[in-house]
Design a protein around this ligand. Structure first.
Ligand SMILES: [Fe+2]
Ligand SMILES: [Fe+2]
Length: 175
């Protein structure tokens, strides 16, 4: 993680999602468990950072994809406690999209499709974009890592992203 290349990835990632990461509602995702003991923000940053790295390496739409990936689980409730008529697996992508557009304005058609289809193949229709396929892949990798208790390996990168965001906030608000 200490390598200059990794630092470049962190800075590039903060460039494309920094405004979202600073938002209080995105920070609220810390309150909700995802796959215990991982919270939803930690999971979302993992999935988004991986999506960003893959898409940037392939010269695809990395900014658009990383932003959609950060918001793919932006459902803002505790799914272990709060139940809905529809099962969480089918309900939460729609809630995440609704919240994303409520707080951040209209998303692009690709971003909308990425969020709605990220549970594919549980969701019947596959993602329509290659960036959407990357998101579903990254989300499954994250879930497997949670299950295998490997999630903490991302902690140094996560901490570095937090530190970089704090540095940027201090620069923007020096007093
Ligand atoms: Fe999800
Ligand atoms: Fe997810």
């Amino acid at each position: 993680m200490q390598s200059e290349k990794q630092e470049e990835w962190v800075r590039g990632y903060c460039d494309v999602v920094g405004d979202l990461l600073q938002h209080e509602k995105v920070q609220q995702m810390r309150q909700y468990p995802h796959h215990k003991p991982v919270d939803t923000l930690y999971h979302s940053v993992y999935v988004s950072f991986l999506t960003y790295r893959i898409c940037a390496s392939l010269h695809w739409h990395a900014r658009e994809a990383a932003r959609a990936a950060l918001l793919h689980d932006f459902y803002l409730y505790n799914w272990y406690v709060d139940k809905h008529d529809e099962g969480h697996a089918w309900y939460h992508p729609k809630e995440a999209l609704k919240n994303a557009e409520y707080y951040f304005g209209p998303l692009t058609p690709m971003q909308r499709d990425m969020i709605l289809s990220h549970m594919w193949p549980l969701h019947i229709a596959p993602p329509r974009s290659r960036e959407g396929m990357v998101l579903t892949f990254a989300d499954k990798v994250g879930a497997v890592r949670d299950f295998l208790r490997l999630s903490k390996r991302f902690r140094p990168v996560y901490t570095r992203i937090e530190t970089e965001m704090k540095r940027r906030e201090r620069l923007a608000n020096p007093c």
